[in-house]
Design a binder for this molecule. Structure first.
Ligand SMILES: [Zn+2]
Length: 315
């Protein structure tokens, strides 16, 4: 990562890791709890570089072979485990292979490191297989779990790891970071439209997102006013860029809910006396979130989008 694009919101977590290393108390298992899109995987690579860098005095130097291999995910002692291909899960065999590899001596003089991201992608069996490695970690090994949803991990897995919190940046900081990393563009608009963290947009085209956001909002307004019917829109949405449209929709609904101040009211009223329009916003929010989860599967997207837009038309 170029110095110009170094994320300033990493500073706190980096300081914690450096202090733990200096005190020789870096845990074998580290759970990096990131805000979505805050860059937990990049922080994990930074930790791997820091412990394996050939220039300890200024680790990670970013220039030695160790640092460069890790940045390119090509280090023989650093394994990145993530869902493969179309799968959304990390399976038991992958974790078994990883554990067997961790038990071997490192190729270099540094640590053997496993980075699992997102950690909640491990299914139940895979997570259980990892437990044993965390209970009896081989010397000079490090397991880094990256997740934005620690509650979805096995409690036994969580309890065997030290927690490292990575809080995401403000939208302005995120936009500055993306501009430094990728060049000028409507980053603030793209971040606001999708509600995403900066690392989720590192490869994105901000102008295309901003355009898609405007088109999505216009369409929704036309459906709301009855000028457009859901079936006329569903097929077009289902065919292209559906994840971005759904992100725009979820971000919009979330902001309306926050604007209404209803989060506090709902907590206090236990569901009673909530204005019906707020209830409908919550229902819509749930429906969009479900749809975002399903949009990676083989569901009939046109029908699902149409159902969602009818729900919108009635809200
Ligand atoms: Zn280095």
């Amino acid at each position: 990562m170029s110095p110009a694009a170094s994320p300033p919101w990493f500073d706190g977590a980096r300081g914690e890791v450096k202090a733990a290393l200096a005190g020789n108390r870096l845990a074998h298992g580290l759970l990096i709890h990131e805000d979505p899109g805050a860059g937990g995987l990049e922080l994990a690579r930074w930790i791997a570089q820091t412990v394996n860098c050939r220039e300890p005095a200024r680790a990670p130097c970013g220039e030695c072979q160790q640092c460069r291999w890790i940045a390119a995910d090509q280090h023989p002692d650093v394994t990145l485990l993530a869902p493969e291909g179309e799968s959304t899960q990390i399976l038991i065999q992958s974790v078994r292979d990883l554990s067997a590899d961790l038990a071997l001596t490192a190729h270099g003089q540094g640590y053997k490191i496993a980075i699992i991201a997102p950690a909640e992608a491990m299914n139940h069996f895979a997570a259980n297989a990892l437990l044993k490695t965390l209970e009896e970690p081989p010397a000079r090994t490090l397991v880094l779990l990256v997740t934005s949803q620690p509650s979805r991990l096995l409690p036994t897995l969580r309890s065997r790891c030290s927690r490292l919190r990575l809080v995401g940046p403000s939208r302005a900081t995120a936009a500055s970071y993306l501009e430094a990393a990728r060049g000028a563009g409507p980053w603030a608009e793209a971040l606001a439209a999708t509600g995403a963290g900066p690392f989720a947009l590192l490869e994105a085209d901000p102008a295309a997102i901003a355009q898609l956001h405007r088109d999505t909002m216009t369409t929704l307004r036309d459906i709301g006013s009855g000028n457009l019917q859901p079936p006329a829109v569903a097929e077009r949405w289902a065919k292209g860029e559906l994840p971005i449209r759904l992100a725009c929709l979820e971000s919009w609904v979330t902001e309306r809910i926050l604007e209404s101040g209803s989060i506090r009211d709902v907590t206090h009223l236990s569901g009673q006396g909530i204005p019906p329009n707020i209830c409908r916003l919550f229902e819509l929010s749930d429906a969009v979130r479900d749809m975002r989860k399903l949009s990676h599967t083989s569901i009939n997207k046109t029908m699902a989008v149409e159902a969602l837009l009818w729900r919108w038309a009635r809200q």
